[in-house]
Design a protein around this ligand. Structure first.
Ligand SMILES: NC(=O)c1ccc[n+]([C@@H]2O[C@H](COP(=O)([O-])OP(=O)(O)OC[C@H]3O[C@@H](n4cnc5c(N)ncnc54)[C@H](O)[C@@H]3O)[C@@H](O)[C@H]2O)c1
Length: 439
């Protein structure tokens, strides 16, 4: 067993500043949760960094430390928060508006939440059609806006004394758009920022500002954002880790749990119909066909990749896969996702499976935000740069190197994540071969 580390990891000394575009349901549930956990008012359920363990060496060695004791991660006590939103509500007011956490809990952590006041956002109505807010930066080119964001970042770091920063996009889903000419090289992109190119989305201006400032960037929404040659070039040149896209929380999480199982048993599938009702602001934004299209693309891609109909035409060639999302205000953040799955077995005999997941979107998303910021900060301190495929575990549409298909199976994703941690610390990778136990 090797005991040398493959990589030198700088210690997690000092405060870690978390910068969040979008002070909405997900981000306030995350920040309020961290404050509550710090005060002993709750348990970080759903967070691998806080509760997960990692097996090291052979099964007979009995070495299974907690992940947070195995790799140096920032402590919850050392996290400080800041962000931007088009609305002026502080994080306490935004959390109360989101109506995810109970008022009695929010009151206990009111002070730290009230101190988080959103900075003026970079916003473009063409990218999020249904929202209108007063707290936006006005005037200047897109490059000027990027510079204003860089100044915000500098000031945040100075006022909080954070030694390191991470940015995570928790703002609304932008309309679907494909990489254009302006996204091809960093030079084109910077020229486009100067000339206000309409193909540059606000999320890309935030990502540019983050990367230029040396700040790792994660994308919790399905927007294109850093998934472009220009911003990948910047991330690599600046030695900065990035990851995305679109938190894998509810329905897609269930899909990536179940579909690998059906495929493992060589069961066929003729249809998977998914429908959702939700009544939060995210649901309202997703009523716009452009924003829905971004979401639909990431939600639809998983089954095709997992089931590989090209390799298994008898089982999956004719699969009909549909995803619907409907805005239904009475439900608020308590989403309901129904799935009807038509599978078939021996000799093609049909069967059906129904799932009715009464979930809470932001409760599922908050621990993913926590893990992602802690792991991205770890990656930065370990000198990892560009796309962090080992964080695919957290995303519906994991970013990969150009030409590489993404891995969607949640158990393979977890193995990849844990093996990356083992590799970082010079531990043997676990292959599950296990022949040595029978020698
Ligand atoms: N909750 C989940 O399970 C889940 C899963 C996957 C992805 N997501 C994505 O996470 C994001 C956040 O979800 P939410 O439920 O918190 O939504 P939300 O509507 O409550 O919060 C988003 C906030 O972003 C703000 N905003 C929009 N454009 C902005 C901009 N350019 N700059 C700064 N702020 C901006 C909005 O005003 C809003 O307050 C959405 O894109 C959603 O699709 C959520």
């Amino acid at each position: 067993m090797s005991t040398t580390e493959n990589t030198r990891i700088a210690p997690a000394d000092g405060k870690l500043g978390i910068l969040i575009p979008g002070i909405g349901a997900v981000s306030t549930t995350f920040m309020a949760g961290v404050e509550a956990i710090k005060q002993g008012l709750g348990v970080p359920v759903g967070s691998l960094t806080q509760l997960g363990t990692i097996r090291l060496g052979k099964r007979t060695e009995g070495r299974t430390p907690r992940i947070q004791d195995f790799v140096p991660l920032a402590k919850l006590q050392d996290l400080v928060f800041g962000g931007w939103d088009i609305f002026e509500d502080n994080a306490y007011e935004a959390a109360a508006h989101a109506n995810v956490l109970e008022a009695s809990l929010l009151d206990k952590i009111r002070k730290p939440l009230e101190a988080i006041r959103p900075m003026k956002a970079v916003f473009d109505q063409n990218y999020v059609k249904r929202l209108h807010g007063p707290n936006v930066k006005t005037g200047g080119s897109k490059m000027d806006q990027a510079e204003m964001l860089m100044e915000d970042i500098r000031q945040f770091q100075e006022s909080t004394g954070a030694s390191r920063l991470v940015m995570i996009w928790c703002a609304s889903t932008e309309v679907f758009h494909k990489p254009a000419a302006v996204h091809q090289t960093l030079k084109d992109f910077e020229c486009g920022l100067q000339k206000n190119d309409p193909d540059i989305a606000p999320s890309q201006i935030y990502a540019y500002a983050a990367l230029k400032s040396g700040v790792p960037f994660a994308n919790g929404a399905p927007n294109l954002t850093t998934d472009t040659p220009a911003l990948l070039e910047l991330a690599r040149a600046r030695q900065i880790p990035i990851c995305g896209k679109d938190f894998k929380t509810g329905q897609t999480f269930m899909k990536t749990l179940l579909a690998p199982g059906f495929k493992a048993r060589m069961l066929g599938m003729s249809g998977w119909f998914s429908t959702n009702i939700l009544g939060n602001r995210d649901g309202e934004v997703l009523e716009d066909p452009g924003s829905f299209k971004s979401k639909e693309e990431t939600k639809l891609s998983v089954l095709e990749q997992i089931l590989q109909p090209d390799l298994y035409p008898e089982l999956y060639k004719n699969l009909y896969h549909a995803v619907r999302i409907n805005y239904y205000p009475p439900r608020g953040d308590a989403k309901e996702g129904w799935d009807n799955i038509d599978i078939f077995g021996w000799l093609g005999y049909p069967m059906q499976i129904k799932i009715d997941f009464l979930c809470r979107d932001s409760i599922l998303a908050a621990p993913l935000v926590l893990d992602l910021v802690l792991f991205l900060d770890l990656a930065q301190r370990a000198g990892m740069r560009g796309i962090q495929e080992w964080l695919s575990f957290y995303f519906k549409a994991p970013m990969t190197a150009p030409g590489l298909y993404p891995e969607h199976d949640v158990f393979i994703q977890l193995m990849k994540l844990k093996n990356t941690l083992r590799w970082l610390r010079g531990e043997d990778l676990i292959t599950h071969l296990g022949l040595e136990y029978y020698d």
